[in-house]
Write a protein that binds this ligand. Structure first.
Ligand code: MRU
Length: 366
């Protein structure tokens, strides 16, 4: 999508062909700064410090991280060590493990001297596939927005989203935002309610930013406002992303997603989850088994932003010594999800629904 008027991807190889350039998302929306990764340590840091974040982008970054690792140590031991190291950076998004497994499988049988190049090629393909997958998610989701628009006689469709499942969370397009961008580009009148998404405010700092860069009408709201607007009839549908979906259809996503799904259910508002196949964990049958990342209490106790003098800093919002907990994600049970929007189509959030789109998993699904 567009960044300062030009098409951009969140991650790509640098001009030298081996280093990897990312947009430092911890600086958005105040500064657009690109960072170049030259080692597995720097790739791991980018994931852990959330310079890159969002399930698909975490996966692609890890894939390039493994390529960087193999440049300096292409041995079996080096491969295994880098795989473990990168996998432990963030626990909830299953795309991380998927991407690392893909690269390991692509290189494991090759002679050591060929491994790094093969890993780069696999990572490049993964990035391109992610763009196409997200584009297709958008094409299927567009039909849902079109139907909502027709039902409203062309009046603006109000879509609520949580966190950032936008192009900044992927390589391009986004998952939840892809239908929104495609509807906007098709001339359908729409408006997006953007949850701020405490504690890290990915909605305020990333989703609002990327929608504004593309010209999509949006309004930023505090996390607790969504239920109110649903009661007022001001939300036509919700579309969120996800970090991991179980084979039974339970959905892990940014903390607060569950409350939005409950409010949507209570108000008869359709609640869709947009996801690529890389986010399905076929080995799990219950959302209770999804590992939930516990993040620093500091993120709850402080808020980051631009100060009056133009500098970017964080300020304390609670008394010193205040105890805080900070789960990064929650699980929305499948029964609260109207449907999954995937690259293969829209399906109910059930095991049968998923298997109807991915019949090749029938044998292997848990
Ligand atoms: O902690 P984050 O910013 O990585 O969390 C991101 C989300 O929860 C997204 O909604 C999810 O990864 C889907 S991204 C297409």
């Amino acid at each position: 999508m567009k960044l300062e008027g030009s098409p951009a991807r969140t991650i790509e190889r640098a001009a030298d062909g081996w280093r990897v350039t990312i947009i430092d998302q911890t600086r958005l929306p105040h500064e657009i700064e690109r960072v170049t990764l030259a080692s597995v340590d720097q790739a791991a840091h980018a994931i852990r410090a959330m310079q890159v974040r969002g399930a698909p982008l975490i996966g692609v970054t890890a894939a390039y991280g493994l390529a960087l690792a193999l440049r300096s140590d292409p041995s079996d031991a080096g491969l295994a060590q880098a795989h473990i190291f990168l996998a432990e950076q963030r626990p909830t998004a299953v795309n991380l493990r998927w991407a690392l497994d893909e690269v390991r499988t692509a290189v494991a049988r090759l002679p050591e001297r060929e491994r790094a190049e093969a890993a780069y090629m696999r990572a490049d393909r993964m990035a391109d596939d992610d763009v196409e997958t997200c584009r297709r998610i958008g094409a299927h989701g567009l039909e849902i927005i079109k139907a909502a628009s027709a039902a409203k006689g062309g009046r603006p469709v109000n879509v609520l989203t949580h966190c950032n499942a936008g192009w900044l969370a992927c390589v391009d397009w986004g998952t939840a935002t892809s239908p929104i961008y495609q509807a906007y580009d098709a001339g359908i009148a729409l408006h997006v309610w953007v949850d701020e998404t405490r504690p890290r405010n990915q909605g305020a700092s990333l989703t609002a930013f990327e929608l504004s860069q593309h010209g999509v009408p949006y309004t930023l709201i505090v996390d607790n406002a969504g239920g109110h607007y649903m009661q007022q009839g001001e939300v036509d549908l919700c579309i969120v992303g996800t970090d991991r979906v179980t084979a039974s259809g339970d959905v892990a996503n940014k903390i607060g997603t569950y409350l939005k799904a409950l409010a949507a259910h209570d108000n008869g508002v359709p609640f869709y989850v947009a996801l690529p196949y890389t986010t399905i964990d076929w080995s799990l049958t219950s959302g209770a088994d999804i590992p939930i990342e516990e993040r620093s209490a500091d993120e709850v106790l402080k808020v980051a932003g631009r100060l009056a003098d133009g500098s970017v800093d964080s300020v304390a919002i609670a008394a010193e010594g205040t105890p805080a907990r900070n789960p990064g994600f929650d699980v929305t049970p499948a029964r609260l999800v109207t449907g999954f929007i995937t690259e293969r189509g829209v399906t109910p959030a059930t095991r049968e629904g998923l298997l109807s789109l991915y019949p090749e998993r029938k044998e292997r699904a848990a």
